[in-house]
Design a binder for this molecule. Structure first.
Ligand SMILES: [Zn+2]
Length: 158
């Protein structure tokens, strides 16, 4: 399990092919020009959300976010993940076992030379979120391994 997590989320990235972008290929309800995205995002956010880069593990404050609430897309504020489905995967990236209905889209990611992954992105603006793996907990068995920089968190009103 540990080894599988490690391969799936970290080590394999060392073999990633450079310069391949697909986050903005699809047709989405919310579209922005590259200049508009760059104006609203930091360089790191742009690289992750619009070019499918991956943030360094254990860098997102959302890793340790344990309150009730909802995680939204940083690109368009669409609610994506309920905090109820968040779990500690030990990978260093915010991890969930399920998304909210119709919140995300997926596609095959063949950037790695020997390993096809399922990429996931916001269904409304196409911003890259992370990848989905099959080694998550019940009830779905899925692990949505997300970049914290792609998300904002709104705590539930007390
Ligand atoms: Zn979005």
């Amino acid at each position: 399990m540990l080894r599988r997590n490690f391969l799936a989320s970290g080590a394999a990235l060392a073999f990633a092919r450079p310069g391949f972008s697909a986050a903005s290929d699809g047709k989405f309800e919310i579209t922005r020009t590259e200049a508009e995205w760059r104006a609203m995002l930091t360089d790191t956010e742009y690289a992750v959300m619009r070019e499918e880069d991956t943030e360094k593990p254990f860098t997102s404050p959302l890793n340790d976010e344990k309150r009730a609430g909802v995680f939204h897309c940083k690109g368009c504020d669409l609610p994506l993940y309920d905090a109820k489905t968040k779990f500690d995967s030990g990978t260093g990236w915010p991890s969930f076992y399920d998304s909210l209905p119709d919140a995300i889209g997926t596609k095959e990611d063949r950037k790695l030379l020997f390993y096809v992954r399922t990429e996931c992105h916001c269904s409304r603006c196409g911003s890259h979120l992370g990848h989905i793996f099959d080694d998550g907990p019940a009830p779905t068995g899925k692990r949505h391994c997300l970049n914290g920089v792609s998300l904002t968190f709104t705590p539930e009103a007390a």
